[in-house]
Design a protein around this ligand. Structure first.
Ligand code: ARG
Length: 476
């Protein structure tokens, strides 16, 4: 084969049109798989040697040559060209330049179809672990902010209207829970992703006596794809990754939206440090929460990737279709975006100052203890609906007077229900309103402190598991 000749040249008389070369090439994107491609090719070469398809000397040359190609790519010294289409052909072609003939034996019992499927899985499992680590970092940041402000109380909202007071730590731990489920989703997908597709060859399997289990063991896979046609057609894992990434971004976007609101003068609940804020080129007074806004904006971008992949794969007949080359841009973009957003949001949370006084003031105004007045009456035996009605009347009265419920006199309060007594005033304080919510998962400080301690233990456990996780060669 001459240099720059296509691997399929045997059947072709004409050279490829330059416009077509340009259009079909994917190396600009799939070069990010170079490391994975080389890792996979080394394992494939070892498998070929074990089956005596190539000699030990050829294997040694291939392994050495592949390492060299890897170094060139990592150093940015590699020459990429549309004529060589994708990362797989580039690596093989350069290997041939370095070691000659043995390079052309490497593609025995393999097709680019199972090769690219392998590279994607190697890429994904690495990303999954990275995302899980970044989720732990994010959770750490939330726990640290909660711990630092353990007694801060702010309004909890429904419909963005003040509803009931909650501990800030409780509010932050809600995000901890969302992120825990995200981490779980990535963890669970690993068992489906970490399966070897190589050996499926083009689509039907190979005539060569390769030991696929051996390859799987070399690459630290948990199993071997059992159907060759599925192995080369399947992009479920890329879609699953983007789906989990989308949900995680949804969670980050909600947190960021709250940071944006809370850092506005209207709320004033938090102040972001200068290091995580940006200014305006015209308005000298401005300090903007751009990080949070960008995370909110990039969420749409990750959803877009998910949609692109779902649409790409819809109705594709088995097995490989060139359409599938379009899987990489959205997948890589979603993975990069998610990782960047997790890291930068954690940094922003680390640099958030809580204005506990402002939070407390907001929680003390606007009848956030009205439910408690109703609960007080219901506890005295009134049906809750009647208690609710009486408390509602009291709110309307206080509102007209420009007062809070606890600022009404006992005489005024008893007009709405005769069961109200002096102890109502202790009942309606911010601290007692919060402390009484002791049902499992409630905002009572004693529960939140326990939840926070439990959350920290959970992160430590997760980090230990991630540390132990490795994709090293198994028992060879
Ligand atoms: N660059 C291709 C992709 O990413 C590799 C597989 C090509 N296979 C083929 N038969 N053209 O999908």
């Amino acid at each position: 084969m001459k240099e720059q000749e296509k691997p399929w040249q045997g059947r072709f008389d004409e050279a490829t049109d330059k416009l077509v070369e340009e259009f079909t090439s994917s190396h600009a994107t799939d070069r990010h798989l170079a490391r994975h491609d080389i890792l996979g090719s080394k394992a494939h070469a070892k498998t070929l040697a074990r089956a005596a398809i190539i000699s030990e000397a050829e294997l040694a040359a291939i392994l050495k040559g592949l390492d060299e190609v890897g170094k060139e790519i990592a150093a940015g010294a590699f020459k990429w060209s549309d004529a060589l289409e994708d990362v797989h052909m580039h690596i093989e072609s350069r290997l041939f330049e370095i070691i000659g003939d043995p390079a052309h034996k490497l593609h025995t019992a393999r097709s680019r179809n199972d090769q690219v499927a392998l590279d994607l899985r190697l890429y994904l499992r690495e990303r999954i672990v990275l995302v899980q680590r970044l989720i732990c970092d994010m959770q750490d940041a939330l726990c640290a902010l909660a711990t630092k402000n353990i007694s801060a109380i702010l309004p909890g909202y429904t419909h963005l209207q003040r509803a009931q007071p909650v501990l800030l730590a409780h509010h932050l731990l809600a995000y901890f829970e969302m992120l825990s489920r995200d981490g779980e989703r990535f963890d669970q997908m690993l068992s489906r992703v970490n399966i070897l597709p190589l050996g499926a060859a083009a689509l039907a399997g190979t005539t060569f006596p390769i030991d696929r289990q051996y390859t799987a063991n070399l690459l630290g896979f948990d199993g071997v794809a059992v159907n060759s046609m599925d192995a080369v057609s399947d992009r479920d894992s890329a879609i699953e990754f983007c789906a989990a990434a989308s949900l995680c971004m949804a969670h980050l976007s909600r947190l960021c939206e709250e940071i944006i609101l809370w850092s506005s003068a209207e709320f004033g609940f938090v102040t972001l440090s200068d290091s995580v804020s940006t200014g305006s080129s015209i308005m000298p007074q401005k300090k903007n929460p751009d990080v949070a806004e960008l995370v909110r904006g990039k969420t749409g971008r990750v959803y877009g990737s998910l949609m692109a992949l779902l649409t790409l794969m819809k109705s594709l007949p088995l097995t490989y279709n060139r359409d599938m080359q379009e899987d990489k841009p959205p997948l890589f973009d979603a993975a990069d975006t998610l990782c960047a957003c997790l890291a930068v949001t954690a940094r922003m949370i680390d640099n958030t100052k809580v204005n506990a006084e402002k939070m407390r003031r907001a929680a003390s105004q606007g009848f956030l203890n009205a439910t408690d007045l109703a609960d007080y009456l219901a506890a005295k035996g009134l049906p809750f609906r009647r208690a609710h009605h009486a408390a509602g009347k009291a709110v309307a009265f206080a509102l007209a007077q420009g007062k809070e419920l606890e600022q009404l006199s006992l005489e005024e309060l008893t007009r709405f229900d005769k069961n109200i007594q002096k102890d109502i005033y202790d009942f309606l304080t911010l601290e007692s309103v919060v402390s009484r919510r002791k049902s499992i998962g409630g905002t009572a400080p004693q529960l939140v402190k326990k939840a926070l301690a439990q959350a920290k233990r959970q992160i430590a456990k997760e980090r230990r598991l991630l540390e132990k996780l490795s994709f090293e060669a198994k028992g060879q």
